[in-house]
Design a protein around this ligand. Structure first.
Ligand SMILES: [Zn+2]
Length: 399
């Protein structure tokens, strides 16, 4: 016989054996575990000749949860609501909360449920999550989104009911542009440091100001509070090249930022200027499609410009250009060219071309490239340096 009477705070479950003798073994359960397991149990229901009697008990611990709910839920709730993710209010309003509970709680509930043939009800973890979620939503006005939350909150509770809370925020995708005003600043960490570069170099911080990558990462780690940031480049220039105009675009992915509204402009006078804006993942490709306007200084090696019709030769560079990367033939375009003679051995050339054409190869032609300036002039040329004067994003059709 099941007799359910709710007297308030704690519930005492008495199991009476087949002879209707009160079993000496008393099971105490708290109001949470009663609500979850016996909500639908009708009063005076006969079920396998087991009697449940609920009486007040204030002293003992709940047989199922060891008073997990009373002991932890308020504290954890308050910790979450008062965490800087909620106080600063800059992460967005969609959250998800999950809990990891010690295994013995599930085992105890399963035992009790098999004793009373309870099936198909939410378990202790579902119940705990529901209470936590609804209370936090009520207080903060945020909403639950399991699929794509702005903040994912994981609560870990151990067998002593010590807990830790892990917050993961939605990653932040930025389009960056950099201008380089000083020669000698490389774009990326040198080859020896590239593997594992992100974490290692951020921790050691020793390459920070020798590369654009180092400057960007140091700035964004501090700004965002993230522990993992990745840069996807869209081509590079020579260490000694300047990058002027709108600057070269690149994409940054910031994992679990503490702060989303990053200061958009960062400048080290006379050296570098960075501009950032948030972008959507589906738009990324269009930022990799751009043209650059470059200015190169070209030297004729062991010869001079006598009897060279630069006007005619330089204009022959316009049109399709082919070269190879990793045994794959790449086709790009040069749109316009002009030149200025400096002296008998040196001249400047301005080119408007697709991003990604290897400039030194285009001039010197050590590797396959077609057309190639050295071949057109029929004298060995070298590119002393080139600067990027302007970066021009292609429109959506890629024209
Ligand atoms: Zn309980």
């Amino acid at each position: 016989m099941v007799l359910v009477k709710n007297y308030g705070k704690n519930i005492n479950l008495h199991k009476i054996d087949n002879d209707y003798k009160l079993n000496k073994y008393n099971i105490l359960i708290c109001k949470y575990c009663n609500e979850r397991n016996f909500r639908f149990t009708k009063k005076n229901l006969i079920r396998f000749k087991t009697s449940v009697k609920i009486i007040i008990s204030r002293k003992n611990e709940c047989h199922i949860c060891n008073n997990l709910f009373q002991k932890t839920i308020n504290t954890i709730q308050n910790d979450i609501i008062n965490s800087h993710y909620f106080i600063k209010d800059n992460q967005g309003k969609k959250i998800d909360i999950g809990t990891s509970l010690p295994l013995f709680l599930f085992e105890k509930e399963d035992n009790l449920r098999s004793l009373f043939k309870i099936k198909g009800l939410p378990n202790i973890k579902n119940h705990y999550n529901n209470i936590l979620r609804s209370e936090i939503i009520k207080v903060t006005g945020y909403s639950i989104d399991h699929l794509n939350p702005d903040i994912r909150i994981q609560v870990f509770i151990d067998s002593q009911f010590n807990y830790s809370i892990k917050y993961t925020t939605r990653s932040l995708l930025l389009l960056g542009n950099y201008n380089k005003y000083k020669r000698g600043l490389g774009q990326r960490f040198s080859f020896n440091n590239t593997h594992n570069n992100k974490k290692k170099d951020h921790e050691e911080n020793q390459y920070s100001h020798f590369t654009i990558e180092g400057i960007i990462l140091e700035y964004l780690y501090v700004q965002s509070g993230s522990k993992n940031i990745k840069i996807a480049w869209s081509g590079s220039e020579d260490k000694n090249s300047l990058v002027l105009g709108n600057g070269r675009p690149f994409i940054v992915k910031i994992d679990s930022p503490h702060i989303r509204n990053i200061q958009q402009i960062f400048e080290i006078k006379g050296k570098i200027r960075l501009i950032f804006q948030e972008v959507q993942i589906e738009d990324i490709n269009k930022y990799y499609q751009y043209k650059i306007q470059i200015n190169t200084l070209i030297n004729i090696i062991e010869d001079n410009l006598d009897e060279v019709d630069l006007e005619k030769i330089v204009s022959k560079l316009i049109g399709d250009i082919r070269f190879q990367i990793n045994n794959k033939t790449i086709k790009k375009k040069i749109y316009s060219t002009s030149f200025k003679i400096i002296d008998n051995k040196n001249f400047e050339m301005k080119l408007l071309l697709d991003n990604g054409i290897p400039i030194k190869q285009l001039i010197g032609g050590k590797e396959f490239i077609e057309p190639c300036l050295s071949k057109l002039i029929n004298k060995k040329c070298e590119c002393l340096f080139f600067d990027i004067d302007e970066v021009i994003l292609n429109n959506k059709n890629g024209n």
